[in-house]
Design a protein around this ligand. Structure first.
Ligand code: SAT
Ligand code: MN
Length: 589
């Protein structure tokens, strides 16, 4: 083994990164600079430092070994879509789906904010690789930040450190991400993206989606733009491996808006009444999809960790995740019990004594844990981590699933007629908003491909790119829409969800291998109750009928609403998408 002291110093590896770091140092005037190597010892030293300055609190070592709690500023708990911008030269390239600012104006604004902002702080240089370090599909970046909390999160969420910088030195290109927590002042907070220059500037927030720049900023907004030019897709999708009792393995990807259960589906536990199934996780949030040499679509997970929603996680909803976060986990904004264990709504044991803001718990102040409180943990801690997650060629995808959180209209599951119809199905996803973004929760909004907050360019061009991708695949995956959240007249959820979602996945896989029947409806192919494996599930017939019902009058309204939504994108809305809307309307009569 080479001793670290004989390795070349990091700043000498890449001239381009070193020059950029120097220019940032001159602008932000930090007291010190630290280049992140990526070693375990270094990670520990950051934890020690954060603990000694009070930013991290060690949790009960006997019950939660090597776990820590971080509390954010109370106004800094979620993504801020109204302060997130895509700064392309032409406004139309960002599209009505993004906030836009001219690049020169945005750079000038950020220059003002960043000037001298790291005085008294350390500037950290974090080289990272999104995806397996030796995969052609992976892409690298460097995040410069003044937050050690961000550094330890990036070390869990990405492949960060020397090997990434070595790859950058070989390839010569990287995404430049500049971040400062500033004063955490919501009035001086901006998340700016410059896809044309592969650069990101984020100021004034320490929250995950705003500050861990490898995640939504790079792996979705910048990467989606890059992917369009290079002929691949960067999507807000989990990747899961499903092995049937017969020993056949298929991989599927699924796109749902934030906080709609992607992590739960990615780590699904088969119900006792479905013995013999094995579910493994490749990714829980982001998929990069490439046409493979055999004409199929292949997926890699660009991330190396999970940044998941804590509330609701328990042994029943997600036993794997629950086990996974019992050790080596960083919690943000959860509550505490009297014996210093983390606590959250839905935990089912213990009780909160201190709330997420560090105050004595009082129900009058609202939930004990922040509804968007999060865990950060290495993917390797997942007891069902798929070893293929590290495969440089990715995994072949049999089905693409879109979904939203909707009380009505959308049935439990339906299958698109073909790829082009599937693009319409994805483009018309609608979902009730959640706590993952600042704003009112529970409002229905269109969230095409669950990418509304994350597409780094005009949705019209994005849909055109989806159609073009279909043309390039000899053997494209089938496309589905699911809705686990349909409610009955009494307002109660009709479908049990969680592990029982495997019943729907089983039907999907059987369809992909021509082993299951379906009936045709106006909106696509649906299972009849007899086509679903309902063994061991007690569900009343009327609930099942309602779950699988498609009401033409509701769908005529839906189709008109979808059309209105697409009109916003004017001439950029592809003709192929209008053709699909027309065909749907014709079928609905
Ligand atoms: O905060 S994140 O954007 O990383 C999580 C999410 O909203 O999906
Ligand atoms: Mn997400």
């Amino acid at each position: 083994m080479i001793s670290p002291s004989t390795l070349p110093p990091l700043p000498t590896l890449s001239k381009a990164v070193a020059e950029w770091a120097t220019s940032v140092r001159e602008l932000t005037t930090p007291d010190a600079i630290h280049w992140v190597e990526g070693s375990d010892a270094e990670h520990q030293s950051f934890i020690d430092q954060l603990q000694s300055n009070g930013e991290l609190q060690k949790l009960n070592e006997a019950h939660y070994p090597n776990c820590f709690l971080a509390r954010s500023h109370p106004s800094d708990v979620a993504r801020v879509e109204h302060l997130t911008f895509v700064c392309t030269t032409n406004r139309d390239d960002a599209g009505p789906n993004n906030n836009w600012m001219p690049p020169a104006e945005a750079y000038a604004k950020m220059q003002e904010l960043f000037k001298g902002c790291m005085k008294g702080r350390t500037l950290y240089v974090v080289p990272y690789c999104m995806g397996p370090i030796d995969s052609l599909y992976s892409r690298c970046g460097v995040e410069i930040t003044d937050s050690a909390y961000v550094v330890i999160n990036m070390m869990l969420m990405t492949r960060a450190g020397r090997p990434a910088l070595e790859r950058i030195a070989r390839e010569g290109n990287f995404v430049r991400g500049l971040h400062s927590i500033g004063e955490l002042d919501p009035n001086r907070r901006f998340i700016m993206h410059f896809p044309e220059e592969l650069s990101i500037q984020s100021f004034g927030s320490g929250y995950g989606g705003n500050a861990l720049l490898g995640k939504k900023c790079h792996a979705l907004r910048i990467a989606s733009y890059q992917a369009r030019h290079e002929g691949w897709l960067a999507e807000h999708m989990l990747i899961v491996g499903l092995t049937s009792p017969a020993g056949e393995t298929h991989y599927v990807v699924a796109a749902f808006p934030s906080a709609c259960g992607k992590t739960n589906l990615a780590m699904l536990i088969p119900p006792d009444s479905m013995p013999g199934w094995t579910v493994t996780t490749v990714g829980d949030d982001i998929a990069w999809l490439h046409p493979g040499p055999d004409g199929r679509l292949y997926a890699i997970n660009p991330e190396a960790g999970y940044f998941g929603v804590v509330p609701g996680t328990n042994a029943k909803t997600n036993r794997n995740a629950f086990k996974m976060i019992q050790r080596d986990t960083l919690f943000t904004n959860v509550a505490l019990t009297a014996d210093n264990r983390p606590w959250w709504e839905g935990l089912e044991t213990g009780k909160p004594v201190i709330d997420w803001q560090g105050r004595p718990y009082d129900p009058a102040n609202g939930p004990a844990a922040q509804p968007n409180s999060r865990f950060t943990v290495s993917a390797k801690r997942n007891p069902r981590y798929a070893s293929e997650a590290d495969s440089p060629s990715g995994v072949p995808i049999s089905a693409i699933i879109f979904g939203g959180r909707r009380r009505g209209v959308a049935p439990l599951v339906y299958e698109a007629r073909d790829w082009n119809h599937g693009v319409l199905v994805g483009a018309s996803v609608a979902s009730e908003t959640t706590a993952a973004a600042i704003g009112q929760a529970g409002v229905l909004r269109r969230d095409p491909m669950a990418m509304k907050p994350f597409a780094g360019y005009n949705f019209g061009d994005y849909w055109a790119h989806w159609f073009a991708m279909g043309q390039r695949l000899k053997d494209p995956p089938k496309i589905y829409h699911v809705n686990w959240f349909r409610r009955g007249a009494d307002g109660k959820l009709l479908w049990p969800g969680f592990g029982d979602n495997l019943r729907v996945l089983e039907w999907i896989l059987k369809r992909c291998t021509s082993k299951a029947a379906a009936q045709e409806s106006h909106i696509g192919h649906l299972p009849r109750p007899a086509d679903l494996n309902l063994q061991g599930l007690s569900i009343a017939q009327p609930a099942l009928d309602e779950l699988l019902s498609v009401r033409p009058e509701e769908w005529r309204t839906e189709a008109a609403d979808i059309g209105k939504f697409f009109e916003q994108f004017g001439a950029r809305t592809p003709a192929a998408l209008w053709a699909e809307v027309k065909a749907l309307q014709k079928r609905l009569g």
